[in-house]
Design a protein around this ligand. Sequence first.
Ligand code: HSE
Length: 285
Amino acid sequence: MRIRVPATSANLGPGFDSCGIAVAMYLYLDVLLDKKCDEWFIEHELTGEIPHDETNLIIQTALRLVPELEPRKLIMTTTIPTARGLGSSSTAIVAGIELANRLGQLNLSMEEKINIATEIEGHPDNVAPAICGDFVVASYDQEVDFVKYHFPSCDLIAFIPNDELLTSTSRGVLPNILEYKEAVKASSISNVMLAAIMTHNLELAGKMMQKDLWHEKYRAPLIPQLKEIRQMAEEVGLYGCVLSGAGPTILMFSPNEKTDLMVARLRKASISGTVEVLAIDREGL
Ligand code: HSE
């Protein structure tokens, strides 16, 4: 049995903790069904402190839903880098929910999966698009209300810095209070961004993405590459350039004919990181 979960890029600038898009970069979880095991074990080649036993987030999540699940051997393969703002922990939570769903025959609906995943993650903007695919706008207040929307076609260019940035660090620099006037302005920017996406006006959507007032200005000092890359993106004529989730990855929305030039410029610049052109994942889990 194989479970596939896409990576996601949350926020898109002013859609902070609410909007996210699924991208074609995947975590695969293979479950060996024919082998009885005494203990849970998850094989993977990730470096760092990602456990192989039942303390692994995927298994923990599955056991939270169905504590009596029989132990299995799992194999995880993923190309999603950890702590880079591409929703790697959300993919683990979603994989764990789907593991419990299938092994425990829970028959969960998409809405139920999103609600459970959001309760674990704390915000819906990565888990919801990982489950639904494509672009999702969501609001979480005890339950999740959400809309999945077909994001207009464009290329996504991700600049993935070599260094990790923990979400906790990146959330730690955000203010506790935003002045009322500033919040009104921030919300109007977000509204126009969404209306622009939904009327397929990516030029305007990208412009609004870069005007975010919720989080980027507080986080920008943690991601020194953002200023230079945004400048480059403006010169090349991309739609927009934002922090992916809590960073440090930088996500660019590019008209197809500008992508090669932007990628070449990024690769030539002396900034350390990798550049990937990603498609939008339209299916989700
Ligand atoms: N909306 C979240 C944030 C996404 O920006 O902190 C990262 O998990």
